[in-house]
Ligand binder design. Sequence first.
Ligand code: NAD
Length: 247
Amino acid sequence: MKQLENKVAIVTGGASGIGKAIVHLFIQEGAKVVVADLNEKLGDELIDSLGDSNIIFVKADASSAEDNKKIVEVAIENFGALHIAVNNAGIGGDSATVGELSIESWKKVIDINLNGVFYGMHYQLPEIEKVGGSIINMASILGQVGFANSSAYVAAKHGVVGLTKTAGWEYATKGVRINAIGPGFIATPLVDNALDENALKYLETQHAFQRLGRPEEVAELALWLASDKSSFVTASYYPVDGGYLAK
Ligand code: NAD
């Protein structure tokens, strides 16, 4: 039997990179998936490439509470229940010191990467509680350690880890497990577009494997956390970082 047979999942930021790899794996494992993303073109391409009736794309902004409500409504209207949510949408933001970073840049990153996770869980939890399930929030190694010129991103990801630990405790006895994933640097458009070749080469050396991770390697951890195989796991942070944090 497939691991997510008869399960309904939401994946935000599911049209690219890590989210897209998670969507592919969840569909392969039998889930029905609502993909939510701001990028309609990438979303439509993903739906066309999969050609599966168990997948729906919703254009939605993760930083909008209203849109997060709408994503849950789409899942319920089309698939009748919600068991799994992956709050994955995120941006890198501008590279600048705390003194130089604009207030708008700070707010934008916090709005998408942190507030978006709260809004998502706020609307997902009442539905998931009815049937039992799992929420997976996409944090980062930068939810555990600092990184120069990335204060908003680092603060948001630390916030996601704290939010996950708290919600995990609140809902453990209500049938919902809530965990955070902490990827190292993964080869996706987010990283490729933000960094030049030298920076990428340097970052490769910061992982014990001397390479960046692949989106599919993060998706495998998301599948395990989404499935019943991780039944005694909640309120935790799981690295998939090629040894980055151990250095
Ligand atoms: P990506 O840019 O490939 O994909 C991110 C997706 O999120 C895109 O499809 C984008 O359109 C969507 N998105 C952006 N803002 C949105 C919004 N406001 N509402 C809805 N969708 C929005 O990036 P990725 O590397 O796959 O990143 C996915 C998640 O993983 C992010 O939360 C990121 O912070 C986290 N992460 C990435 C890395 C990495 O090295 N790539 C490392 C650690 C954590």
